[in-house]
Write a protein that binds this ligand. Sequence first.
Ligand code: GLA
Length: 472
Amino acid sequence: MHSQLLLTLTVSFLSTTVKSGAVDLQPRLDNGLGRTPALGWNSWNAFQCNGGSASAAMTAANQLVNLGLKPLGYVYVNIDDCWSSKQRNSAGQLVPDPSKWPSGIQATINQIHGMGLKFGLYGDAGTMTCAGWPGSKGHETQDAALLSSWGVDYWKYDNCYTQCNGQVPQTCWIARDTKSWYTTFSNALKAQSHPILYSMCSWGLDSVWTWGNAVGNSWRMSGDIQNNWGSVSSIAHTAAGISQYSQPGGFNDLDMLQIGNGGLSEAEERAHFGLWAIAKSPIIIGTNLANIKTSSLNILKNSAIIAINQDSLGKAAKYFTPSGQSGPGNSLYPYWAGPLSDGVVVGIVASNGALNYNVNFASVPGLGSGTYNWKELYSGKTGSGTSISGSLSTHDMAVYKITTGTAVTTGGSGETPTVSTIVPTTTSGNTGGGGGTVAQWGQCGGSGWTGGTKCVSGFTCTYNNAYYSQCV
Ligand code: GLA
């Protein structure tokens, strides 16, 4: 083949979404960051402009440590809008407002790093931030270099006062080339020595999820979250439809949490947290941790649900329809499922009032008929069976981890063997390894195969280095 033609084909292959079976492979921002969703705290929802200061940052940093949130993975202390002076200096640099950062911003960042935490800042692609502070338009390279020199670890980049059909209103909801200015800052960050997670805050405009992976580590997929259930449920409903775009290195960002801010019932706070976790959103606490209620703090500290969010597979859950139920409509639907590296997560949310549920594993994507071990991660209840059932009060949520790897299945003769006693009697036809279908008690990959495989519904084998080589 002529080299020019080969080059052309290669370039078009790389720049196009690649279909591989049911999975869309998309180009990723290759900065090695955000392999799992970010966990941390942000100043905006609780403090708005008053949170753009050293004291807000240090207070939150100490609270993450003292409340035991840091060991659970909440490491980002993110300062939002209003942290800089209203004018750049004579060299065109952003200047931390000296009244808010009396010892300079560098001292605060050093202290936060010294606590084993990371530090995030906020900026804007337009002429001004949403609250009217200097934006980065025309200063992208200079600003990225400044962030890197300070050791900023996370950059939330907003979309206010950007071009809108030749004008620059504060917010502009019509379609325009948002991607171009998000790419400009992405390239500026890539040129820096300090690794900076790139959090794009473009409010879901221009279907950012279709190109966000190549440009940033996360992207807001909605307008600003409000402190009420209607907002939480509508963001989650939108996220269910774009779950396939979240993968390690690039995640749909459902926005900073409202947990602890008083607008949600305890049940709604459980659902908010559970939905954000299974949708693989960054989980950025947005409350004043000095006043947080024990019930809210306990929700944020649910390590089993955090582990679902941080699962290495990085695949977001989406709706599924249990047999006998009508399917999703145009508002939040109760039934969610998604793959994990070691099982399946099933989320059930009482979106339309109190809910009695009974879900057979046969209708859950990634499971199928059979007996599985399950654990409900808010109550801690465990069990084993072919289905899960329970009742939820209005807007409450149950999050089940279903463990496929340790599934206990009733064999043909009625016994209930454990994985270690199974003797494979059937092998997949694929002797060199690979995918295939085997009968119950079959061994994936063919006789003698010892490589990694994963057993999925219908006793189908797929490769996965961390899994069993037998399908039971
Ligand atoms: C926008 C963003 C919010 C917050 C504010 C700050 O509205 O979407 O998350 O950063 O700006 O002004």
